[in-house]
Design a protein around this ligand. Structure first.
Ligand code: PMM
Length: 284
């Protein structure tokens, strides 16, 4: 899943794709780079962010969803608002991605059930204005799994099919760095909940401090793509359904390298081809 934030203030790429034409072009670029799904969002969820009005969110996302869908792109709409989800689905979106898992808007789950759209429900404890004050856990893996399981039960009781419900542990949302690392290490427990799992570590703050001493400034978001690829490969190897990333080529390359290792065989045909092509490059 490639990300298009149509926002002026996202932490990772705020402002870069705020104009509809830039957002549409970027969505097409992500697909050309290999994304299967393009996630279009109009609300920044970085810690402390203020919410746009519903009218402003619609103004940001609808033209982008519509244009990309009309060009055959599979689009998910990243929204916590039922009204935005409903209008985006009407404009051609294929999936609803709700970072609040239905908690921010009571009408959301009803819209998803009625339309039959696949639904990504993320672990969430409150809006971004004060979410980091809720990053308090005795056992983060157990609590995130229990809270996700409870959301899944409510969402399915409302009529959403189990096989259309994707769960996401919500990296960086009401989580401190060590919470994120523990959730990655024990991602199998999230997978054991029995739903497809989406993992969104891309460019998040906890990846920007690797190898740095106390007091050193974090790496800027665009320099976190290698760590994003590493964490995304880890998730994919454990069986994640999808990974949500800003820079598709780096993660896709890492995924392809891992797949090549897993699928390597002693086939003669492969080795003959390798010898012919590699002589002209770097000896492979
Ligand atoms: N993270 C962000 C936004 N939407 N959706 C899902 N399902 N999972 C995530 O981890 C997630 C998300 C925040 O990142 P961004 O501001 O860079 O898009």
């Amino acid at each position: 899943m490639g990300v298009v934030n149509v926002t002026p203030d996202s932490f990772s790429d705020g402002g870069e794709w705020f104009e509809p034409s830039a957002a549409i072009a970027h969505g097409l670029e992500l697909v050309a780079q290999g994304a299967d799904l393009v996630d279009v969002g109009g609300e920044s969820t970085r810690p402390g962010a203020q919410r746009p009005s519903v009218e402003e969110e619609l103004r940001r996302v609808l033209p982008v969803v519509e244009a990309l869908s009309h060009q055959g792109v599979a689009v998910s709409v990243d929204t916590m608002r039922a009204q935005v989800a409903e209008q985006a689905l009407r404009a051609g979106a294929a999936v609803v991605n709700d970072v609040s898992g239905g908690l921010a808007d009571d009408a959301m789950v009803g819209v998803v059930a009625r339309t039959g759209a696949p639904y990504i429900a993320m672990h969430w404890r409150g809006h971004s204005t004060d979410m980091q004050s809720r990053a308090v856990y005795e056992d983060v893996v157990a609590e995130v799994c229990a809270e996700l399981a409870e959301r899944a039960r409510v969402i399915m009781d409302a009529g959403v099919d189990a096989d259309r419900l994707v769960l996401d542990p919500g990296f960086g949302f009401a989580k401190l760095a060590h919470h994120n690392w523990l959730l990655l290490r024990h991602l199998d427990r999230v997978l054991d909940l029995g739903h497809p799992v989406l993992v969104g570590t891309s460019r998040k703050t906890f990846l920007g401090r690797l190898g740095l001493a106390d007091g050193e400034a974090s790496r800027p978001p665009a320099e976190r793509d290698v760590a994003t690829a590493a964490t995304s490969v880890h998730a994919a190897r454990l069986g994640a359904w999808g990974v949500r990333v800003h820079h598709v080529p780096s993660t896709l390359d890492a995924l392809r390298a891992t797949a090549a290792i897993e699928h390597a065989t002693e086939s003669t045909t492969d080795r003959t081809t390798d010898r012919t092509t590699d002589r002209t490059t770097d000896g492979g």
